[in-house]
Design a binder for this molecule. Structure first.
Ligand code: ZN
Length: 283
């Protein structure tokens, strides 16, 4: 086994639910655009692709056919072994059955698992009620899909611990600390340390990754690399490359993450190494 201690996994979230072509002309929206972007991000060093799709009007949606096409187009690129991680939120106020269907039918290795309900951006409710989470966890177990436990505040780490105690979430756990979303925890080093320590207390032996939305993005990226964590980048979380300058592609954001990891003295995990780190069964 290779030495994985100094490897850092880059997850790319190319699209997300929010940025539109009006916000940035560079965000990939159509399945073909997303697949091409994922492929090129893999070439830059991304080991995991967190996938969202949009409807025909570019709005956040869980349209199964769009996921099917996107996944098919990525899998057609035979040299690309990137790990697929499908969203199970897709946005807010979407139907539970639509949120569940893509990971159930398309057999990704991972899917996001948003471990609690929150007031989203002071505008609406991002609902992940206890019954839904139990159903989601049971289905992920049944399908052999590893949950990426997304936590937007420390309370959600305790929700994960509760589901683990009930046997619905099974170790080894992988957490994604989503920081700086209004309604959740602010993106700061102090808060990242607290999130990591809380996770270690309630779910020892877990792996983790982090990102900050907006102004806290760089702070979280540098701190996560230094603290032994993995990182997520992409237009789902930040459309800017630096203050006031739009990123012209997701590849640019992955390349930046790669440079930061390498300058720190670590190296970027390949998808095969990421599978080992995350304990994924399928290769
Ligand atoms: Zn997402």
């Amino acid at each position: 086994m290779s030495d994985l201690k100094n490897k850092r996994i880059i997850t790319v979230a190319t699209t997300g639910a929010w940025p539109t072509k009006e916000n940035t002309p560079y965000v990939p929206i159509e399945p073909a655009e997303i697949a091409e972007e994922v492929y090129n991000c893999w070439k830059e060093g991304a080991a995991v692709a967190h996938i969202h799709c949009r409807d025909d009007r570019g709005r956040a949606a869980m349209v199964f056919e769009k996921f099917e096409e996107t996944v098919r187009l990525i899998r057609e690129k035979k040299d690309c072994d990137i790990i697929l991680n499908l969203t199970t939120s897709g946005g807010v106020n979407l139907r539970e059955e639509d949120r569940i269907r893509p990971f159930c039918e398309l057999a990704p290795e991972m899917a996001s698992f948003d471990c609690g309900t929150m007031n989203w951006q002071h505008t609406t409710v991002f609902e992940n009620n206890p019954k839904f989470l139990e159903k989601l966890a049971a289905l992920m177990n049944e399908k052999g899909v590893k949950p990426e436990i997304e936590v937007f505040d420390p309370g959600m780490i305790y929700n994960a611990a509760y589901l683990a105690k009930k046997g619905l979430l099974k170790p080894p756990f992988h957490f994604q600390f989503c920081m700086g979303v209004a309604g959740g925890i602010r993106a700061s080093v102090k808060n990242l340390v607290f999130m990591k320590e809380t996770m270690e207390e309630v779910a020892p032996g877990s792996t983790w990754s982090a990102f900050g939305v907006g102004a806290g993005a760089m702070e979280i990226m540098y701190a996560a690399v230094a603290m032994g964590g993995n990182i997520r980048v992409g237009m789902e979380d930040n459309v800017y490359y630096r203050k006031g300058v739009l990123a012209e592609s997701n590849m640019q954001l992955v390349a930046q993450a790669r440079r930061i990891i390498e300058e720190y003295g670590c190296s970027v995990a390949t998808p095969a190494e990421a599978r080992e780190i995350l304990g994924l069964k399928r290769a």
